[in-house]
Design a protein around this ligand. Structure first.
Ligand code: C2E
Ligand code: CA
Length: 761
């Protein structure tokens, strides 16, 4: 700041010196050079300026025209023309910068207008106008006589008016920018404008009082004004984006103005030098006093307004904060609510949600269907690969459902491997479609890491309000239907609830209860059904078939209780009893009759997982000195295809023991031939369902023929099951079947009867 002042004062002194004491022509040339530098500097700095760029171009224009006018002056003088201050053209040329500066100050004024309180601005503008008006009147107009008006005086009047307006605007702006620091650039412009106006006043005063000499103080001041504009442009280029540090909402003219009292300095000097009368000075004082009083009230008003605004703003802010807090609370509440109804593993809805949704829909009297879905044999995945892998399979399946089932369905996971869907409407067609889609989705092998899984599902549908009237009954009904779907041997993976199912379920539960109480050694007995060589009709062996004669219930078919035992896991104990009893029996018959007899034993697929089984089996074979090749395990085609167990591996374990394997019920399931080779089986048991129809149905005959031919090709032996008639026997013989089993040649019999009928003779 101080440095700036020193530079400016030095420049001013230098200019005064040059303009006052040097040779005219030199002075003119120097001032031309000086103005050129100013024009260039401002032009150069303007490139960096971003705010009010046009205004700076106006200022360049003003300096440039001054330069041109000075040039013209020099030419006039050097050509030796009579030089008159009254040269009209030159006067007009010098008037143009006045106009440009006026526009420029107006522009700034307009630019800042929204930042002032209008009321305060008005009184300040009035006070400034009055004070300047009084001074200008006292200086220039007291003795002005309109009758002696010439064209030149008119131009002088024009100068005067533009100067007064510029001064009023600049002074008002200075006073109105109170509580903030005006940027250096703007401040320098204010100085420049004031210096310019003062220079003009001095010039005019000298002209009016005929005291004018060219290149005197006023000329120095003009040059100094342009110099200050150059300095301002320099600052503007350094602070190119903002003119005010205007951050608050307060009006710029808020607060008391201290500088207005400075307005007294000029009148006092003028009074002392005798340029104005005491009356004018008193008028100025009066204006200042009136200004102070009005300003006081306006400021009070403004303060109230500002305080009101601030309060209002704070209220708004508070409201905004409250809104924000409420929003946050809502979001966390939503998140909590979502957690409460989401299954953490799969992201599907959970059981709570499912139950609530049922209640809601029943209350609304919606028509809808509940689908209960249970994955078949999912337990095996958990047991074999651990729960972690089981979880990943569940997540995979949940994703499949989420991505492919309609968004109108609510998909919930309600237990380990149990899912439930809530489906709008009760159309059987829609439900069959859903079941079909789920079957297709699960048909694709699930690959996780190096493991691949094949999962099936059973679905039970129950409709509201057709099948049940309450949520719990609805769930029970869907569950019953699902159970039936699970046990249905057919390809369909879903069952619709009917009241008939309940009876079935009750029976099933009853058997399950009986099974859990059964004492296998005493309650169960093995029956044996003979098998015969097709050509010689000599006995080759027998199939062990379990019988359960319950003391109270009477005979319970294995077809009924074996599936239940498989589901509940009791099959492992049952099987343990079966194979041990069968091997013991066979070993006795070997000793007594014929040691080439082969015992066929049905093998439930899940037992293949148990290492215990292989050890026990080996122990048992050793105990009875049984040749392992006399034992044949039967595995149904369906289970052989359906377990995710590594069949080849487990089959190999049996192979290593020397035991042979038969595929049971061949021809009813997938009949895929590839696994026959892979699993290294010895025997195919042709399903009795085929044999039953072999007489009447040409196609069936062809199928059986094909099976036998294929078995021949693969070097497998064939057993025909369920041969009930002579005709069937003849056909099978003709087709080249190896072994015959069926009621026609022998029913399953208890060991004693069997022995008497088939072995003793
Ligand atoms: P399976 O393995 O297909 O057994 C053959 C079934 O066909 C036996 O029924 C047998 O009595 C019957 N059968 C044999 N010849 C004829 C015939 O000429 N006509 C008709 N209509 N049927 C005939 P069973 O004994 O009721 O056994 C049913 C199923 O129970 C068996 O089907 C088998 O899957 C299972 N099972 C029976 N005993 C055992 C066992 O000890 N362990 C295991 N795991 N499952 C067994
Ligand atoms: Ca069998």
């Amino acid at each position: 700041m101080r440095k700036n002042l020193v530079i400016s004062l030095t420049a001013l002194l230098l200019m005064t010196f040059i303009t006052s004491y040097l040779n005219m022509a030199v002075v003119d040339v120097v001032s031309l050079l000086f103005l050129s530098v100013v024009v260039y500097t401002v032009h150069y700095n303007t490139k960096e300026i971003k705010v009010l760029k046009g205004n700076w171009q106006l200022l360049i224009g003003a300096a440039f025209i001054w330069l041109v006018a000075d040039g013209a002056w020099l030419v006039y003088e050097s050509l030796g023309f009579f030089m008159s201050e009254d040269n009209l053209y030159l006067s007009l040329l010098y008037a143009i910068p006045n106009v440009l500066l006026l526009i420029s100050s107006l522009w700034y004024f307009y630019f800042s207008k929204d930042k002032w309180s209008k009321r305060q601005l008005t009184i300040e503008f009035t006070a400034v106008t009055l004070i300047i008006g009084i001074i200008v009147y006292a200086l220039f107009l007291v003795e002005f006589d309109i009758r002696y008006m010439s064209l030149n005086t008119l131009v002088n009047m024009f100068y005067l008016i533009t100067d007064v307006v510029i001064l009023v605007l600049v002074m008002t702006m200075i006073i109105s920018s109170r509580y903030i620091k005006v940027k250096l650039a703007i401040r320098h412009l204010y100085y420049a404008f004031i210096v310019y106006v003062i220079a003009d006043f001095i010039y005019l005063w000298q002209r009016i009082n005929d005291a004018f000499t060219s290149n005197a103080l006023s000329d120095a001041l003009f040059l100094f004004a342009f110099f200050t504009i150059a300095i301002a442009s320099h600052h503007a280029s350094k602070e190119p984006n903002e003119y005010f540090d205007y951050k608050d909402k307060l009006p710029l003219n808020y607060g008391r103005s201290k500088i207005l009292w400075l307005a007294l300095v000029a009148p006092i000097i003028l009074l002392v030098t005798g340029s104005i009368e005491i009356i004018h000075f008193s008028m100025i004082l009066l204006v200042l006093v009136i200004y102070q009083v009005t300003s006081h009230y306006v400021q009070l008003l403004m303060m109230t307004e500002v305080m009101y605004d601030k309060e209002h703003e704070m209220t708004l802010k508070l409201e905004e904060e409250i809104k924000e807090r409420t929003r946050e609370l809502l979001i966390s509440k939503e998140a909590l609510e979502k957690r409460a109804i989401t299954d953490s593993l799969t992201g599907l809805f959970n059981r709570d949600y499912f139950n609530q949704e049922l209640l809601d829909r029943i209350e609304r009297q919606d028509v809808f269907t509940v689908a209960y879905l249970d994955l078949d044999k999912f337990k095996i995945i958990n047991d074999l690969h651990g729960h972690h892998m089981g979880d990943r399979v569940l997540i995979h399946i949940a994703k499949l459902f989420g991505n492919h089932l309609s968004i109108d369905y609510e998909i919930c996971r309600i237990g380990g491997d149990e899912f439930a869907l809530i489906i709008p409407g009760d159309s059987a067609k829609v439900m069959t479609g859903v079941s079909q889609l789920i079957k297709e989705l699960l048909d694709k092998t699930i690959v996780i890491g190096k493991y691949s899984f094949q999962v099936e599902a059973s679905l039970g549908f129950a409709r509201y309000p057709k099948d049940a009237g309450t949520a719990s009954d609805l769930v029970k009904s869907a569950d019953i239907a699902m159970y039936h779907a699970k046990n249905e041997a057919s390809d369909v993976n879903h069952v619709f609830y009917t009241s008939r199912l309940v009876e079935g379920l009750e029976r099933r539960n009853h058997i399950e209860m009986l099974l859990s109480k059964a004492d296998f050694e005493n309650d169960f007995e093995l029956y044996y059904q003979p098998q015969f060589d097709a050509k010689s009709e000599k006995i080759t062996g027998m199939e062990a078939l379990i019988r359960w004669n319950h003391i109270e219930e009477g005979f319970i078919s294995p077809g009924e209780f074996i599936p239940i035992a498989e589901e509940t896991g009791l099959i492992l104990q049952i099987h343990d009893f079966v194979y041990k009893a069968a091997i013991k029996q066979l070993s006795r018959w070997h000793q007594l009759y014929n040691d080439s007899l082969v015992m066929c034993i049905n093998l439930p697929p899940m037992i293949l997982n148990s290492d215990q089984f292989y050890n026990d089996l080996e122990g048992c074979l050793n105990l009875y000195r049984m040749k392992p090749e006399r034992i044949e395990f039967e595995i149904t085609e369906h289970s052989a295809m359906n377990t995710s167990i590594m069949m080849a591996e487990t089959f190999k374990k049996l192979k290593d023991l020397g035991i042979s394997i038969a595929i049971d019920d061949f021809g009813t399931g997938y009949s895929s031939l590839s696994y026959l080779k892979r699993f290294d089986v010895e025997t195919l048991k042709i399903a009795k369902e085929l044999i039953f129809n072999i007489e009447e149905d040409e196609d069936v005959r062809l199928i059986v023929k094909a099976i036998i031919m294929m078995a021949d090709g693969l070097k497998l032996s064939t057993i025909a099951e369920g041969v009930e008639t002579k005709e069937q026997l003849i056909i099978l013989k003709s087709l080249g079947c190896d072994i015959i089993q069926g009621y026609y040649l022998g029913r399953p019999l208890d060991s004693e009867t069997f022995e008497n009928m088939f072995l003793k003779s």
